[in-house]
Design a protein around this ligand. Structure first.
Ligand SMILES: C[S@@+](CC[C@H](N)C(=O)[O-])C[C@H]1O[C@@H](n2cnc3c(N)ncnc32)[C@H](O)[C@@H]1O
Length: 293
Protein backbone atom coordinates (compact mmCIF):
# COMPACT_ATOMS: atom_id res chain seq x y z
CA UNK A 1 0.00 0.00 0.00
CA UNK A 2 2.80 2.35 1.06
CA UNK A 3 4.64 1.83 -2.23
CA UNK A 4 1.45 2.51 -4.24
CA UNK A 5 1.00 5.82 -2.47
CA UNK A 6 4.69 6.64 -2.93
CA UNK A 7 4.41 5.78 -6.65
CA UNK A 8 1.36 8.01 -7.00
CA UNK A 9 3.08 10.95 -5.28
CA UNK A 10 6.17 10.54 -7.46
CA UNK A 11 4.04 10.42 -10.63
CA UNK A 12 2.21 13.64 -9.66
CA UNK A 13 5.47 15.38 -8.76
CA UNK A 14 7.01 14.35 -12.08
CA UNK A 15 3.96 15.54 -14.00
CA UNK A 16 4.02 18.80 -12.12
CA UNK A 17 7.61 19.33 -13.10
CA UNK A 18 6.70 18.62 -16.72
CA UNK A 19 3.80 21.08 -16.54
CA UNK A 20 6.08 23.67 -14.96
CA UNK A 21 8.85 23.35 -17.50
CA UNK A 22 6.29 23.46 -20.33
CA UNK A 23 4.82 26.64 -18.83
CA UNK A 24 8.29 28.12 -18.51
CA UNK A 25 9.11 27.21 -22.11
CA UNK A 26 5.91 28.89 -23.34
CA UNK A 27 6.63 32.01 -21.25
CA UNK A 28 10.18 32.25 -22.58
CA UNK A 29 9.05 31.79 -26.19
CA UNK A 30 6.39 34.47 -25.70
CA UNK A 31 9.07 36.78 -24.34
CA UNK A 32 11.21 36.23 -27.40
CA UNK A 33 8.29 36.89 -29.75
CA UNK A 34 6.87 39.85 -27.92
CA UNK A 35 10.01 41.99 -27.78
CA UNK A 36 10.32 42.43 -31.57
CA UNK A 37 6.62 43.26 -31.78
CA UNK A 38 6.81 45.90 -29.01
CA UNK A 39 10.00 47.33 -30.45
CA UNK A 40 8.32 47.83 -33.84
CA UNK A 41 5.31 49.49 -32.17
CA UNK A 42 7.58 51.68 -30.05
CA UNK A 43 9.41 52.96 -33.14
CA UNK A 44 6.16 53.41 -35.07
CA UNK A 45 4.78 55.55 -32.25
CA UNK A 46 7.35 58.13 -33.37
CA UNK A 47 5.16 59.12 -36.34
CA UNK A 48 3.94 62.64 -35.56
CA UNK A 49 5.47 62.46 -32.07
CA UNK A 50 7.98 64.92 -30.54
CA UNK A 51 10.38 61.95 -30.29
CA UNK A 52 10.36 60.74 -33.89
CA UNK A 53 10.98 57.27 -35.32
CA UNK A 54 14.71 57.91 -35.96
CA UNK A 55 15.29 59.06 -32.38
CA UNK A 56 13.35 56.06 -31.09
CA UNK A 57 15.30 53.64 -33.31
CA UNK A 58 18.54 55.08 -31.93
CA UNK A 59 17.22 54.76 -28.38
CA UNK A 60 16.34 51.10 -28.99
CA UNK A 61 19.86 50.42 -30.31
CA UNK A 62 21.34 52.05 -27.20
CA UNK A 63 19.01 50.05 -24.95
CA UNK A 64 19.97 46.80 -26.69
CA UNK A 65 23.64 47.58 -26.18
CA UNK A 66 22.95 48.16 -22.47
CA UNK A 67 21.14 44.80 -22.28
CA UNK A 68 24.21 43.12 -23.79
CA UNK A 69 26.92 44.95 -21.86
CA UNK A 70 25.57 45.57 -18.34
CA UNK A 71 24.21 42.98 -15.91
CA UNK A 72 20.60 44.07 -15.58
CA UNK A 73 17.62 43.00 -13.51
CA UNK A 74 14.91 44.49 -15.73
CA UNK A 75 13.94 43.08 -19.12
CA UNK A 76 14.21 44.59 -22.63
CA UNK A 77 10.42 45.04 -22.78
CA UNK A 78 10.51 46.77 -19.36
CA UNK A 79 12.90 49.32 -20.88
CA UNK A 80 10.54 50.01 -23.79
CA UNK A 81 7.50 50.41 -21.51
CA UNK A 82 9.40 52.87 -19.30
CA UNK A 83 10.60 54.87 -22.29
CA UNK A 84 7.11 55.16 -23.80
CA UNK A 85 5.68 56.34 -20.47
CA UNK A 86 8.42 58.94 -20.12
CA UNK A 87 8.05 60.22 -23.66
CA UNK A 88 4.35 60.92 -22.99
CA UNK A 89 4.66 62.25 -19.47
CA UNK A 90 2.80 65.57 -19.04
CA UNK A 91 3.88 67.18 -15.73
CA UNK A 92 7.10 69.09 -15.15
CA UNK A 93 9.51 67.70 -12.60
CA UNK A 94 12.43 65.39 -12.08
CA UNK A 95 12.77 61.66 -12.65
CA UNK A 96 13.72 59.29 -9.84
CA UNK A 97 15.08 55.80 -9.75
CA UNK A 98 15.25 53.72 -6.56
CA UNK A 99 17.24 50.51 -6.94
CA UNK A 100 19.79 50.57 -9.74
CA UNK A 101 21.97 47.43 -9.25
CA UNK A 102 24.75 47.89 -11.87
CA UNK A 103 23.16 50.92 -13.52
CA UNK A 104 21.58 49.22 -16.56
CA UNK A 105 18.10 50.60 -15.97
CA UNK A 106 19.65 53.93 -14.88
CA UNK A 107 21.59 54.21 -18.15
CA UNK A 108 18.37 53.66 -20.12
CA UNK A 109 16.44 56.21 -18.04
CA UNK A 110 19.29 58.73 -18.36
CA UNK A 111 19.13 58.56 -22.17
CA UNK A 112 15.43 59.38 -22.13
CA UNK A 113 15.99 62.04 -19.45
CA UNK A 114 18.53 63.72 -21.76
CA UNK A 115 16.05 63.69 -24.65
CA UNK A 116 13.45 65.31 -22.41
CA UNK A 117 15.82 67.78 -20.74
CA UNK A 118 15.06 66.39 -17.28
CA UNK A 119 17.18 65.43 -14.28
CA UNK A 120 17.46 61.85 -13.03
CA UNK A 121 18.12 61.20 -9.33
CA UNK A 122 19.31 57.67 -8.58
CA UNK A 123 18.90 56.34 -5.03
CA UNK A 124 20.61 53.16 -3.91
CA UNK A 125 22.70 51.80 -1.06
CA UNK A 126 25.36 50.92 -3.67
CA UNK A 127 26.06 47.96 -1.40
CA UNK A 128 23.13 45.78 -2.42
CA UNK A 129 20.08 44.73 -0.44
CA UNK A 130 19.98 45.63 3.24
CA UNK A 131 19.98 43.21 6.12
CA UNK A 132 16.35 42.96 7.18
CA UNK A 133 14.11 41.21 9.67
CA UNK A 134 13.11 37.66 8.83
CA UNK A 135 9.54 38.68 7.87
CA UNK A 136 10.80 40.78 4.94
CA UNK A 137 13.03 38.06 3.55
CA UNK A 138 10.12 36.09 2.12
CA UNK A 139 7.42 37.04 -0.33
CA UNK A 140 4.96 35.28 -2.60
CA UNK A 141 5.16 35.72 -6.35
CA UNK A 142 1.73 36.06 -8.01
CA UNK A 143 2.75 34.26 -11.19
CA UNK A 144 5.27 31.65 -10.17
CA UNK A 145 4.50 28.18 -8.88
CA UNK A 146 7.32 28.15 -6.38
CA UNK A 147 6.66 28.45 -2.65
CA UNK A 148 8.24 31.54 -1.02
CA UNK A 149 10.67 33.79 -2.84
CA UNK A 150 13.62 33.88 -0.48
CA UNK A 151 16.74 34.77 -2.39
CA UNK A 152 17.19 38.24 -0.94
CA UNK A 153 20.34 37.93 1.10
CA UNK A 154 21.91 41.17 2.24
CA UNK A 155 24.48 42.44 -0.22
CA UNK A 156 22.74 40.91 -3.22
CA UNK A 157 22.92 43.26 -6.26
CA UNK A 158 26.00 45.01 -4.90
CA UNK A 159 27.77 46.36 -7.97
CA UNK A 160 29.51 49.30 -6.28
CA UNK A 161 28.95 52.99 -6.92
CA UNK A 162 31.97 53.46 -9.19
CA UNK A 163 30.85 50.61 -11.46
CA UNK A 164 27.38 52.13 -11.68
CA UNK A 165 28.84 55.53 -12.52
CA UNK A 166 31.13 54.05 -15.17
CA UNK A 167 28.32 52.04 -16.74
CA UNK A 168 26.13 55.14 -17.01
CA UNK A 169 29.07 57.17 -18.35
CA UNK A 170 29.77 54.55 -21.01
CA UNK A 171 26.23 53.66 -22.05
CA UNK A 172 23.97 56.46 -20.85
CA UNK A 173 24.35 60.12 -19.92
CA UNK A 174 25.89 60.74 -16.52
CA UNK A 175 25.56 64.54 -16.90
CA UNK A 176 21.81 64.41 -16.16
CA UNK A 177 22.23 62.07 -13.17
CA UNK A 178 22.69 62.58 -9.45
CA UNK A 179 23.65 59.49 -7.44
CA UNK A 180 22.35 59.46 -3.87
CA UNK A 181 23.97 56.82 -1.70
CA UNK A 182 22.45 55.19 1.37
CA UNK A 183 19.46 53.28 2.74
CA UNK A 184 16.13 54.54 1.48
CA UNK A 185 14.76 55.27 4.95
CA UNK A 186 17.70 57.67 5.45
CA UNK A 187 18.10 59.18 1.99
CA UNK A 188 14.54 59.67 0.71
CA UNK A 189 14.22 62.83 2.78
CA UNK A 190 13.01 66.36 1.99
CA UNK A 191 16.67 67.49 1.76
CA UNK A 192 17.47 64.98 -0.98
CA UNK A 193 14.14 64.74 -2.78
CA UNK A 194 13.27 67.31 -5.42
CA UNK A 195 10.31 69.63 -4.86
CA UNK A 196 8.51 68.14 -7.83
CA UNK A 197 8.75 64.55 -8.96
CA UNK A 198 7.17 63.73 -12.33
CA UNK A 199 8.16 60.06 -12.51
CA UNK A 200 9.62 57.43 -10.21
CA UNK A 201 10.83 53.93 -11.06
CA UNK A 202 11.39 51.71 -8.02
CA UNK A 203 12.94 48.26 -8.31
CA UNK A 204 13.79 47.17 -4.79
CA UNK A 205 12.45 43.62 -4.22
CA UNK A 206 11.85 43.77 -0.46
CA UNK A 207 8.43 44.86 0.73
CA UNK A 208 9.85 47.15 3.44
CA UNK A 209 12.11 48.85 0.88
CA UNK A 210 9.12 49.21 -1.47
CA UNK A 211 7.13 50.81 1.38
CA UNK A 212 9.96 53.24 2.24
CA UNK A 213 10.10 54.40 -1.37
CA UNK A 214 6.36 54.67 -1.82
CA UNK A 215 5.70 56.58 1.41
CA UNK A 216 8.41 59.13 0.61
CA UNK A 217 7.66 59.57 -3.08
CA UNK A 218 3.88 59.48 -3.50
CA UNK A 219 3.11 62.75 -1.64
CA UNK A 220 5.71 64.61 -3.74
CA UNK A 221 4.58 63.19 -7.05
CA UNK A 222 3.07 65.79 -9.39
CA UNK A 223 -0.50 65.53 -10.67
CA UNK A 224 -0.44 63.21 -13.71
CA UNK A 225 2.93 61.92 -12.50
CA UNK A 226 3.82 58.22 -12.56
CA UNK A 227 4.93 55.85 -9.84
CA UNK A 228 6.29 52.74 -11.56
CA UNK A 229 7.21 49.64 -9.60
CA UNK A 230 9.25 46.66 -10.72
CA UNK A 231 7.88 44.67 -7.80
CA UNK A 232 4.24 44.35 -8.70
CA UNK A 233 4.40 40.55 -8.79
CA UNK A 234 5.10 40.35 -5.04
CA UNK A 235 2.10 39.99 -2.80
CA UNK A 236 3.59 41.65 0.29
CA UNK A 237 4.64 44.62 -1.82
CA UNK A 238 1.08 44.96 -3.13
CA UNK A 239 -0.20 44.86 0.45
CA UNK A 240 2.15 47.71 1.37
CA UNK A 241 0.89 49.84 -1.54
CA UNK A 242 -2.71 49.29 -0.48
CA UNK A 243 -2.25 49.66 3.28
CA UNK A 244 -5.54 51.33 4.27
CA UNK A 245 -4.06 53.37 7.14
CA UNK A 246 -1.52 54.86 4.78
CA UNK A 247 -4.21 56.10 2.41
CA UNK A 248 -6.72 57.20 5.04
CA UNK A 249 -4.40 58.86 7.56
CA UNK A 250 -1.21 59.85 5.75
CA UNK A 251 -2.28 60.52 2.18
CA UNK A 252 -5.93 61.29 2.99
CA UNK A 253 -7.05 60.09 -0.40
CA UNK A 254 -8.12 56.93 -2.15
CA UNK A 255 -5.61 54.64 -3.85
CA UNK A 256 -5.57 54.80 -7.62
CA UNK A 257 -5.52 51.89 -10.08
CA UNK A 258 -2.26 49.97 -10.09
CA UNK A 259 -2.00 49.00 -13.74
CA UNK A 260 -0.46 45.55 -13.96
CA UNK A 261 -1.15 44.68 -10.30
CA UNK A 262 0.15 41.20 -9.60
CA UNK A 263 0.69 40.24 -13.24
CA UNK A 264 2.71 42.95 -14.95
CA UNK A 265 2.26 44.51 -18.36
CA UNK A 266 2.85 41.36 -20.44
CA UNK A 267 4.54 37.98 -19.99
CA UNK A 268 7.88 39.55 -20.81
CA UNK A 269 7.34 42.29 -18.19
CA UNK A 270 5.68 40.39 -15.34
CA UNK A 271 7.12 42.67 -12.64
CA UNK A 272 6.12 46.08 -13.94
CA UNK A 273 3.10 47.97 -12.65
CA UNK A 274 2.30 51.67 -12.33
CA UNK A 275 0.02 54.21 -10.70
CA UNK A 276 -0.81 57.59 -12.16
CA UNK A 277 -1.58 60.35 -9.67
CA UNK A 278 -4.66 62.53 -10.00
CA UNK A 279 -8.41 62.60 -9.75
CA UNK A 280 -9.32 63.79 -13.23
CA UNK A 281 -7.11 61.74 -15.50
CA UNK A 282 -8.45 61.35 -19.01
CA UNK A 283 -8.54 57.92 -20.64
CA UNK A 284 -6.63 59.52 -23.54
CA UNK A 285 -3.71 60.45 -21.28
CA UNK A 286 -3.65 57.02 -19.63
CA UNK A 287 -3.80 55.23 -22.96
CA UNK A 288 -1.06 57.39 -24.40
CA UNK A 289 1.36 56.11 -21.74
CA UNK A 290 1.15 52.61 -23.23
CA UNK A 291 2.96 51.24 -26.27
CA UNK A 292 -0.04 49.71 -28.05
CA UNK A 293 -1.87 52.91 -28.93
C1 LIG B 1 16.78 44.26 -8.25
S1 LIG B 1 18.02 45.43 -7.94
C2 LIG B 1 17.66 46.72 -9.11
C3 LIG B 1 17.79 46.28 -10.55
C4 LIG B 1 17.92 47.40 -11.55
N1 LIG B 1 16.79 48.28 -11.52
C5 LIG B 1 18.10 46.83 -12.94
O1 LIG B 1 17.18 46.92 -13.77
O2 LIG B 1 19.16 46.27 -13.19
C6 LIG B 1 17.50 46.09 -6.39
C7 LIG B 1 18.30 47.28 -5.91
O3 LIG B 1 17.65 47.86 -4.80
C8 LIG B 1 18.60 48.32 -3.85
N2 LIG B 1 17.94 48.37 -2.54
C9 LIG B 1 16.96 47.55 -2.08
N3 LIG B 1 16.55 47.95 -0.86
C10 LIG B 1 17.27 49.07 -0.55
C11 LIG B 1 17.25 49.96 0.57
N4 LIG B 1 16.42 49.79 1.61
N5 LIG B 1 18.07 51.04 0.53
C12 LIG B 1 18.91 51.24 -0.52
N6 LIG B 1 18.97 50.41 -1.61
C13 LIG B 1 18.15 49.34 -1.62
C14 LIG B 1 19.74 47.30 -3.95
O4 LIG B 1 20.96 47.87 -3.56
C15 LIG B 1 19.71 46.94 -5.45
O5 LIG B 1 20.64 47.71 -6.17
Amino acid sequence: MKSVIKGFILAVAKRNRLIRSTAQFITESTMRDYYPYLKERFIKNGEGHHCDADQRRKLVEQFERIDREIPIGSSPTDGLFLAEMLLNLEPDGDLLECGCFAGGSSAKLSLVARLLGRRLLIFDSFQGLPEVEEQYLRDKHCRRGEDWVTNWDSGRFDAGKEVVRRNIETHGDISVCTLVEGWFNETLTPENLPEKIAFAFTDVDLSNSARDCFVAIWPRLAEQGLFVTHDTAYIKVLQEFYNSRLWQEDFQSVPPILFGAGFGLCNASPHVGYMVKGQNLTPEYLKNLTIDK
